[in-house]
Design a protein around this ligand. Structure first.
Ligand code: BJW
Length: 250
């Protein structure tokens, strides 16, 4: 593992702001599937059917079933060493922000305090009619589960997640962009970095002179601009990176 790479020690010595950009690969070792690749959701299901408003309008029950299964899985699993390592990094830098594309809340459960959910949450629902949003861990398949508890509109309740063709939550995206601009070190972990606008964040950080670290089992478009690439499983690499940081910052 190339922790001796030029620039890493200096970057860790002087960094105040650490920003971490994560995708589904970070939760893979908790047993949650990724999207792309042979084992990913999109090898089995159509993104247009499950992760678009048109798909939801055509088959709300199929879409809800997928999300409720994922919610159950997320509740049953636990954060893995990748999530815990990111939480541990809060001990060493003035500011640590996580901008995640994941909707599983595993960063929060591991103890990370400042988590920007770019693509929404498995644990919130919203009404397409009145736009009411509420915490929701308990939706069950019943006759009336599509009815909004606020405006009573029928067939209007959906998961509060960002599907293809939908804008990301404005304030969250703007804050993530600002944090990327201010980052001294920017870590990209477990994402194919092909879904925009989230995938612009590493480029913004790089343009603003952050030291860019990529952690992934496979090459991605970010690999060519990364200052340091750590190839392998996030849950195995990140505890070692925490040790390196601890030795430099103690
Ligand atoms: C490990 C590992 C281990 C595995 N350790 N690593 C053409 C060009 C550019 C853009 C577009 C375009 N055509 C259309 C667009 C726009 C579109 C887009 O980007 N599409 C591209 C795919 C082409 N984007 C959108 O539509 C976005 N909205 C938008 O643009 O709005 C515009 C607008 C403005 C104003 C008004 C109206 C509209 C929205 C995108 C929403 C994405 N939604 C999803 C579902 C979210 C809810 C849910 O979870 O169900 O988000 S799709 C899915 O992809 C999910 C993920 O968050 C996202 C990213 O995936 P991720 O996490 O990177 O997973 P994978 O599987 O791709 O990668 C896993 C990685 O982990 C791999 O690299 C592995 O190697 C690695 N790995 N194990 C380390 N143990």
């Amino acid at each position: 593992m190339d922790f001796q790479k030029q620039g890493l020690k200096e970057a860790i010595e002087i960094a105040k702001n650490l920003v971490i950009f994560t995708g589904s690969g970070v939760s893979a070792e908790s047993g949650i599937p990724t999207f792309r690749g042979n084992e990913g959701y999109w090898a089995q299901f159509s993104p247009q059917q499950l992760a678009s408003e048109d798909g939801y309008l055509d088959h709300p029950d199929i879409v809800w079933k997928w999300y409720l299964e994922r919610r159950q899985k997320a509740l049953e699993t636990r954060p893995n060493p990748a999530h815990s390592s990111f939480a541990d990094m809060q001990d060493f830098f003035e500011k640590v922000v996580i901008a995640t594309q994941n909707i599983d809340k595993l960063h929060q459960r591991a103890g990370s305090l400042d988590v920007l959910e770019l693509h929404g949450s498995l644990f919130r629902s919203k009404c397409r009619n009145c736009e009411n949003v509420w915490d929701d861990e308990n939706t069950k398949f019943t006759d009336d589960f599509h009815i909004c508890p606020s405006c009573s509109s029928p067939r209007s309740v959906r998961p509060d997640v960002v599907w293809f063709g939908e804008p990301l939550p404005y304030n969250i995206l703007q804050r993530a962009i600002k944090e990327a601009e201010d980052a001294d070190i920017f870590i990209v972990a477990g994402t194919s970095a092909v879904v925009y606008p989230a995938a612009q964040l590493p480029y913004i950080a790089k343009q603003h002179m952050a030291f860019l670290i990529e952690i992934n089992t496979e090459p991605t478009p970010i690999t060519s601009i990364a200052d340091l690439t750590l190839r392998g499983k996030a849950g195995e690499i990140l505890p070692k990176l925490v040790d390196v940081i601890r030795n430099i910052r103690r």
